[in-house]
Design a protein around this ligand. Sequence first.
Ligand code: C2E
Ligand code: MG
Ligand code: MG
Length: 752
Amino acid sequence: MRRECGQAEQALHEIQKRQQYLLSASPAIIFSLKPSGGPPGDYELTFISENVSTYLGYEAQEFFENSQFWREHVHPEDFQRIVAEFPCLSEQGYHTLEYRLLHKDGNYRWIYEKLRLVQDKASSSSEIIGSWLDITERKQIESALQESEQRYRLMFESSPHPMWVYDLRTLCFLAVNKTAVHCYGYSQEEFLAMSVRDILLYENISLLEESSFITESFSGSGRWRHQKKDGTPIDVEITSGPLTFSGRPARVVLINDITEHKRIERQLLHNAFHDALTALPNRVLFMNYLRKALERTKQCEDYQFAVFFLDLDRFKVINDSLGHLVGDELLLAVAYRLQQCLRPGDMVARLGGDEFTILLEYVKDLSCVNNVAERIHKQFSLPFLLGQREVHTSVSIGMVISVSGYEHPDDILRDADIAMYRAKSLGKGRSVIFSSQIDGYAVEQLSLEIELRQALQRGELRLHYQPIMDIATGRIAQIEALVRWEHPERGLLPPSEFISLAEDSELILPIGNWVLKEACHQMQEWQKLCHVGPALVVCVNLSMRQFQLPDLVEQVAHLLHETGLTPACLVLEITETTTMKDADATMRTLHQLKELGVKLAIDDFGTGYSSLNHLWRFPVDTLKIDRSFVNNLGREPGVEKIVHAVTAIAHALGMSVVAEGIETAEQLTNVRIAGADYGQGYYFLKPCHSNEMTKLIRLGALLQHEATELAGRSVDEVRQIREEIQYHVEHLLLKLSEFQRYIAPSTDFDCT
Ligand code: C2E
Ligand code: MG
Ligand code: MG
């Protein structure tokens, strides 16, 4: 019996030891409570496992020494809650609580408490068995998660960018923020009833199905086109990543509205290929199309195309005299008119300035091409109405047809350009189809430029002189110096053959300088030899390039000084168009020239679009009415009124008036009636060599100084001269053309 008892004790001891091990190894602190015998619900601790020291730092003993130990170590904030929540324990199931207990190290630990009432029916006593589990780490994770959830929610809700979450399987929206609602125009409810497909622009829907945006793992960005509720398309860049939303695989999307950015991008792209003023395709785009057309000719035998190179006639005059704004308006109107002349598939481009090109595709034959050219010319025969003003301009067209076996688009354009120049040289408003003979013309122009350069050095330039007559007295009042080129093979070339070439190549500057020097020198000679005095002046034409030279005034002063000519004996002629280039600069230069003492004339008046407002303020001495008016005097009643009015205003402002291009006695009568002071034209004399001019001046001088000059001559000579002079004086005008016959080489005057 003692032995059995001993064995039972041994077994109990073993069980207790194992229990002890189990309790120490348990992650939970185990305890038991029993009613304290005091007020109901008041319990006293009967057991607490040793491992309490591992989790809370206290020895189990400490709990027993102070019956309020637990109460004093519960977090004060949690205590009230625990009391309120403390369950009415029953044997059915466990009751749980979560609260903080103070660790011995001074920090609170989160405890998960699980309790159960155990009734001992035999002794009718009850006990509470409970456990504490340290859940501090879990609580920390939970709180971190909560914080991050809050942060995410805040970010999502207050993001300045639209954001949403959609279900990866159904593509339905699960959440959208306020910015998305504001931006897309759908309410929150409408959004949540829609799928991503509903806001994609039609062409983007199929792209979505193929994209990685519907795969679960994808995280990245992309560009899409969405549509707002009102149908407005919106370009977006979206950044997205996968997430789980209420347990479902979903995608969160942040949207960046790049509509403006895309618009600028598109604009830049458009600008790179289009002309800013007319919005027509530019050279780059035109050449691309031309390249493609050329390739097509190689693939398809029947395919032919044509290229037009167009250049506006007189655009420079319009632009310089009416200003750039009117010039721009004209270019816009031209662009519109050209488009009206073409079929829908044809292309018109602006290369720059007043140069346009046209690509006609699928042309059947030459007549199609000619028809288009004719249509364009017809359109250009009508005036352009720019504001209140009617502006006339024609266009010169060079044409190339693709049959000529071209390899490079540049060659086609070059030949069209050459043909256009040919058209211009034939007169304005024409079209020419390129052929190899024209190519020869371009080469000819180039070699002419080289020759002109040499002409200066070789001394092949000449000056011819044309008198400008005083209509009232028949006296030679002025002499205009007009340049010619004595070409070794082609003979005497008029300025129309080389002046514009010289202007384009800047050769006009040395040529102009030579003319000025030669003319001053010649005038100085005449003054010396023919005793004409300062009443006779020489007129020199200045080109626009010369007039714009910053040191023009110094150059003129230098030449006057070098030749010794009195400044008042030099008239500088500038065209109306030149004066309009820059009215302020013109005014300055004209004043400086006036200060120098030279006289100034406006040449070819009536051919440009000058602003009378400026013109009348310029310090000009003479107005030269263009030949075209003189020609029409007596024919068109309107012209007569214009010339009358212009003459009257010029006189009122102290200017004298020269009528240019008088060819007949009738025209002379007309300009006299119109009030012109001076006349110039073939009726009096064509421009002639300086020797002939010398004779005429001499003759004029003889008339003036009759007594002294005729003294040494034979009686017959004097009588003959007098008779001739008398004849012309009787007709009121010295008709010098008649004098040409009179001054035969045999009767040469000796001026020395
Ligand atoms: P412009 O200054 O108006 O000179 C008058 C032009 O009209 C001259 O032509 C002259 O021969 C022509 N002419 C004169 N009377 C008549 C007439 O009754 N009927 C016709 N049909 N024509 C007449 P040209 O010499 O051929 O000169 C043409 C233009 O070339 C000049 O017009 C002038 O603008 C320019 N030019 C001539 N020499 C020079 C020069 O040295 N420098 C510059 N920059 N230009 C010059
Ligand atoms: Mg002139
Ligand atoms: Mg003129």
